[in-house]
Design a protein around this ligand. Sequence first.
Ligand SMILES: [Zn+2]
Length: 287
Amino acid sequence: MTIITDERCTEFCRPGHPERPERIRLTTQKLRSQTELTLKWTSPASVEEASLLRAHSAEHLARLQEPQDFDLDTPYFPEIATFARASVGAALTALKLARAGEPTFSLMRPPGHHATRTRAMGFCYLNNIAIAALEALATGTRQVAVFDFDVHHGNGTEAILLNQTGAVFFSIHQYPCYPGTGLRNLGNNCFNYPVPPETPRLEYRHILSDALQHLQTFKPDVVAVSAGFDCYAHDPLAQETLLPEDFYWMGQSLRGLGVPVFSLLEGGYSNDLPELVLAYLKGIDGK
Ligand SMILES: [Zn+2]
């Protein structure tokens, strides 16, 4: 199991914002101090412009350089374009390692699944997972599946991958909740599983399980996971019910697919994030 991270991803913050550097700092500490998993650590690769432009417009890339907030949730930071690119670099490194048979987790920020082709939103600037999925297709993968278990709908990933040959997208998310999309399936390849707030955890697991079975019918060569830990019972930004053992189960279920899997950190805002990530990684690793 390889963890991809980089100190750059803790170098920007706005006081009081839930998407904060401690998420990564504390998770890194937890993973470095635990002894149950044997982890390798690596840094993100650099990113070619062409990889970004498969998912985003040139105007969007230029906008990231302009010192003006994108919306109330999504502040401008000096060098945010550089930080966002590092997060993309980690996603591409994760893809590469997964294809070589190495399970991988990108422990980076900013997250990406709300960023659309033309817009930064919901704490996201560049859509890491969509860029990685399109990179996979451009470099020989026949079928890539994106599995998004963040509690919020992966609207940006959906918008970018909609009707993309070779890609399928699955999002399991609380509805109603931010960003208000994801109630129905879209196009021929985007499948949404809206879950009411406070759905009992075993029922939630059942829905995740249904989505995974559906995903398997597409026989993906690689599965890219938008791993958001905000469906946790004590997350401050949503009202779902999952416990650490459910993230372990999630990891185990993904491992059980028997195809290369890589995961990128999306949301997860409770102070228990480190424990949730560790539980998930244990499941992926088969411990
Ligand atoms: Zn989220």
